[in-house]
Ligand binder design. Structure first.
Ligand code: PRP
Length: 187
């Protein structure tokens, strides 16, 4: 394991098992409200969403299409201030469509809060949220995921799309960063 990683919080098997359970719950929900083969629009926000979106798709068998957006981060060290900005928008109209946002992590909740308002203006049939991780103690706005795999604390987490300095997104597990070592780390 990399010396910056203190411990594994969630291993690959735990993430696989829970993603499968959550995907099945989501299927059951949509089967009741979508009577035909109408595809659900899954939306991921680059770049962090990629590994969880991949895992979710392996486990989700309803008709869907996948779309991606790029939202500016509002300063990696000052997560609570500023306003997100859309750098790459959807290329499809979402009016009258069922939208499922597939997120890697809710931290302050500011990204999702902003994006849900943005989508609502385009009059979709529904907007739902699934997130792999929810940093429940870090929310700064009132936003709730409809489905989540895991509640987590406010440790500095990496892996499965989460990064520090753009590293570690490819770890197949969720690890906790040693923030003391990180202070003097030479990349
Ligand atoms: C991360 C993550 C979420 C967002 C959550 O993205 O993927 O989209 O932060 O944080 P919030 O709840 O405080 O808004 P980030 O902006 O770090 O970009 P990335 O996806 O490229 O890592």
């Amino acid at each position: 394991m990399h010396p910056l990683i203190k411990n594994v919080l969630l291993n690959k098997e735990e993430i696989n098992k829970r993603t499968n359970q959550v995907a099945l719950e989501i299927e059951e929900y949509y089967k009741k409200i979508i009577p035909n083969e109408e595809p659900i629009v899954l939306v991921g926000f680059l770049k962090g969403c990629v590994p969880f979106m991949g895992k979710f798709l392996e486990n989700f068998s309803l008709s869907c299409q996948t779309e991606y957006m790029l939202i500016s981060s509002y300063g990696s060290n000052i997560k609570s201030s500023g306003k997100p900005e859309i750098l790459l928008d959807l290329k499809i109209p979402i009016e009258n469509r069922h939208i499922l946002i597939v997120e890697d992590v809710i931290d302050t909740g500011i990204t999702l809060d902003f994006m849900v308002d943005y989508f609502k203006m385009q009059k979709p049939k529904s907007i739902k949220i699934v997130t792999m991780l929810d940093k429940v103690n870090s929310h700064k706005v009132d936003i709730k995921a409809d489905w989540k795999c895991f509640d987590v604390g406010d440790d500095f987490l990496v892996g499965m799309g989460l990064d520090v300095n753009e590293r570690f997104r490819n770890l197949p597990y969720i690890g906790v960063i040693d923030t003391e070592k990180l202070k003097n780390w030479k990349w």
